[in-house]
Design a protein around this ligand. Structure first.
Ligand SMILES: [Ca+2]
Ligand SMILES: [Ca+2]
Length: 282
């Protein structure tokens, strides 16, 4: 568990039609919502490997098929959720989360959805650390459209080790067939305020303290607070080097940099640069 893995445990604001399948065995799984039906066959693929054949039909017609293969364990079988995520079409969306394997990474998240031209395609959302259930879409605003409440994984390793990192909560939505970061929209303000409360106390010192401040500042920016850097600028720990070094030779990554060309910047500067690169500010 990451230090900053704020549980995205928001109550469902309204009962919403949705079906979740978390396969744990070889076999066929089927679900349907209105005129959209999904089936998944999880089967052995030889050499101890597995594969999962997913198909979607709409009004009785096959509209999407994909076989997810090279799974070394049933743990990697896709978790499926059939739920309304985008009101720009007439069908519910199919949320897909697959475990890639590896120590810290990742749940590969995608959404199969009907486009404006009536064609169904798979839209990549991204790769996310931690508990896959934390990324499952829920309707947190009660408008019948589910959102994904997750963490900005770009903050892991930025100012501290993976285990010592905090990350800001973000809200992702599917709008007109494209993934949009809607965190800053007013209706999600309570999601951010709740995430900030759930961060716990600022760590006493070190890299984890600076990582906590980075996540805090990011969410202050999203909230449009008047002085988003007040806490970070006053309370950062000046000791840690993590995230504060850069190479004076332009275009050279820090790990390739000759020792005498390594520069060091102050946390407030590094933080602003990082948040700017991550799209939190200009
Ligand atoms: Ca839809
Ligand atoms: Ca909603």
């Amino acid at each position: 568990m990451i230090a900053g893995a704020v549980a995205a445990a928001f109550p469902l604001a309204a009962a919403q039609a949705q079906i979740l399948v978390e396969p744990d065995a070889v076999g066929t799984y089927a679900m349907a919502l209105d005129e959209t039906a999904v089936s998944m066959q999880v089967r052995e693929a030889g050499d101890g490997m597995f594969e999962a054949a997913v198909s979607v039909s709409s009004e009785g017609e096959m509209v999407f098929e994909r076989t997810y293969d090279e799974m070394f364990s049933l743990f990697q079988a896709p978790v499926l959720k059939l739920v309304e995520m985008d009101a720009s079409n007439d069908a519910p969306e199919l949320f897909v989360s697959r475990y890639s394997g590896g120590a810290h990474c990742c749940n590969l998240v995608s959404i199969v959805a009907e486009g404006g031209d009536g064609k169904w395609t798979e839209i990549e959302v991204g790769a996310f650390d931690g508990d896959p259930a934390a990324n499952y879409p829920h309707d947190v605003t009660g408008d019948g459209i589910a959102e994904i409440i997750t963490l900005d994984n770009g903050f892991l390793y930025a100012f501290a080790s993976y285990a010592g990192s905090f990350a800001p909560t973000i809200v992702l939505a599917l709008r007109d067939g494209a993934i949009a970061d809607v965190t800053g929209e007013p209706e999600y303000e309570y999601v951010l305020r709740s995430a900030i409360r759930n961060m716990g106390a600022m760590p006493d010192e070190g890299e984890t303290r600076n990582s906590w401040l980075a996540a805090h500042a990011a969410m202050q920016l999203r909230l449009g607070e008047e002085d988003p850097f007040a806490l970070a600028d006053n309370d950062f720990d000046p000791e840690p080097d993590w995230g504060m070094t850069f190479c004076k030779d332009e275009g050279t990554e820090a790990y390739d940099c000759p020792e005498n060309r390594i520069g060091r910047t102050a946390f407030p500067v590094a933080l602003r640069q990082f948040l700017s690169e991550r799209g939190y500010m200009e």
